[in-house]
Design a protein around this ligand. Structure first.
Ligand code: ZN
Ligand code: ZN
Length: 300
């Protein structure tokens, strides 16, 4: 809730006119308590995970000829029931674990100093903080994910996420509730280290979820803008991790590729890619598949 009763008071406090975005924020948030602004995240999570995977799921179910060359594991066709079961399981974890965690974690948001007032952050500040959040989360997620692949972690917890050896967009957060909880730590570490505005926090949660949905989409579309992000892993990179399954000791990172490169856990993937490229060169068919994996993708 903003400490100004009117736009005029806010402008007097800032010593300047409000920008259009700040005036909009004032009108929206002036009377809303800060904890309710934070709880918007719960709503965003439900909306994003219900709507964003839907077009990809419809594409996968219909699989028009125009997009089939971009399906990463073309031999695997999930029945409609598995999409619904996946969605229901994810929603159950959201309702009973993620939602309640968000409800009780509001004091932490206040403690680390995430603000809701004016002025709004500049685009530069938002971009810099999002970059920090992604780097911190990627690093923490890498090590937690790698630990989850030890015998105990995999058998007790992480095997649930690997039920989909060919991922679908709805399966991005499909995991044991304990894994969802633990992976919340690196997601929150960035905002705790570099606290920003509530809008930046909303953006962070939303963009990170959309990234996970894209990574699990099962398609490697050539027109995704994420291809231009340096060291970005993407769908093909993480699909390989699911394709190999529980034995996988490759491609643990959630967003970027540099952790796997630095710690040497991309060797299996690089060997696989080199092998596919070699077979592709030997083959007259330039749009085929080997062992159920497409080889008409971008070459390394
Ligand atoms: Zn894994
Ligand atoms: Zn995954």
């Amino acid at each position: 809730m903003l400490p100004y009763a009117t736009l005029g008071e806010a402008e007097a406090a800032l010593g300047r006119s409000l920008t259009t975005a700040e005036a909009l924020w004032f009108r929206y948030s002036a009377q809303i308590p800060d904890y309710l602004l934070y709880y918007h995240n719960i709503l965003f999570l439900f909306i994003i995970f219900s709507l964003a995977p839907l077009p990809i799921a419809l594409i996968e179910l219909g699989l028009p000829a125009a997009v089939s060359p971009y399906k990463l594991q073309p031999k695997v066709r999930h029945p409609p029931g598995s999409f619904w079961r996946c969605y229901k399981d994810v929603m159950r974890v959201f309702i009973f674990v993620v939602g309640p965690l968000q409800l009780v974690s509001y004091p932490t948001i206040k403690f680390v100093g995430i603000r809701t007032g004016l002025p709004l952050p500049s685009l530069w500040e938002v971009a810099a903080q999002l970059a920090v959040y992604f780097l911190v989360e990627d690093y923490g997620n890498y090590w937690i994910h790698r630990l989850m692949h030890c015998k105990w972690g995999y058998e007790k917890i992480h095997h649930v996420h690997h039920e989909f050896t060919a991922p679908i967009a709805f399966a991005a957060p499909y995991a044991h509730w304990a894994e969802v909880l633990v992976l919340g730590i690196p997601s929150f570490a960035g905002p705790a280290i570099a606290p920003g505005h509530m809008i930046t926090f909303w953006l962070w949660i939303a963009i990170r979820q959309l990234e996970a949905i894209e990574t699990h989409s099962g398609f490697d579309f050539p027109f995704t803008p994420t291809r231009f992000i340096p060291f970005y892993g993407g769908a093909e990179y993480h699909d390989y991790h699911h394709y190999v399954g529980g034995q996988s000791q490759s491609n643990f990172a959630s967003v970027f590729t540099y952790c796997d490169y630095i710690y040497g856990t991309d060797k299996g993937y690089r060997y696989h890619k080199a092998h596919l490229t070699k077979l592709k060169e030997q083959s007259s068919d330039q749009n085929g598949e080997i062992n159920g994996f497409k080889y008409n993708q971008k070459s390394e």
